[in-house]
Design a protein around this ligand. Structure first.
Ligand SMILES: Cc1cc2nc3c(=O)[nH]c(=O)nc-3n(C[C@H](O)[C@H](O)[C@H](O)COP(=O)(O)O)c2cc1C
Length: 168
């Protein structure tokens, strides 16, 4: 419904891993009563959706220890004049191929950019998702598989927490 506070869950994904995390974030939000969400890739987001939302939960794959260029471009497109995003909630999720080869760096680069816009940053519900939700998708036992439940649960927890905060 239009009148409910809304959360924008948006992401870039080439091979579906970051999208799977985004869907789990949405599942978490949907566990909370009285909030709505929009789930879509950054390429489909309208400026009005950015202005109307109470929170942005932004997801990127790790590319050479940086966010995907599509995510950087998306952030660069946010309205800045008058700082209309100030005091909106910001949260992040990432997927990376391997352990400790860029995930946290990418989380913090997205968080830094959100802070330029004056957003209030919120992490996940467990210490294992302190900076947001992340998934390893290409190393060791995680290689060649769907995004594993341990990571999807971090994403659900992030969505649930943002939902609860926005609902207050
Ligand atoms: C060009 C490129 C660079 C990448 N660089 C890294 C990297 O530096 N560190 C890392 O952990 N994973 C890296 N990866 C792996 C992706 O982050 C990983 O496969 C991710 O889950 C893909 O997400 P997607 O399925 O949503 O596209 C890279 C992948 C590509 C295509």
């Amino acid at each position: 419904a239009q009148s409910l506070p809304s959360i924008l869950i948006t992401y870039h994904s080439e091979s579906g891993k970051t999208q799977a995390m985004a869907e789990a974030v949405a599942e978490g939000v949907s566990q909370v009563q009285g909030v709505s969400y929009i789930l879509k890739p950054t390429s489909e987001v309208q400026q009005q959706e950015i202005l109307n939302t109470s929170a942005i939960i932004l997801g990127s794959p790790v590319y050479n220890a940086n966010m995907a260029p599509q995510i950087q471009e998306f952030i660069n497109s946010w309205p800045f004049e008058g700082r209309p995003l100030k005091d909106k909630i910001g949260a992040v999720f990432v997927t990376g191929g391997g352990f400790s080869i860029g995930e946290e760096a990418v989380m913090f680069s997205m968080i830094r950019a959100m802070m330029i816009h004056g957003m209030l940053i919120v992490g996940g519900d467990k210490v294992e998702a302190a900076f947001g939700a992340s998934a390893i998708t290409g190393e060791g036992e995680f290689d060649g598989k769907e995004v594993q439940e341990i990571f999807l649960e971090k994403a659900r927890g992030l969505g649930r927490r943002i939902g609860e905060i926005v609902g207050r």
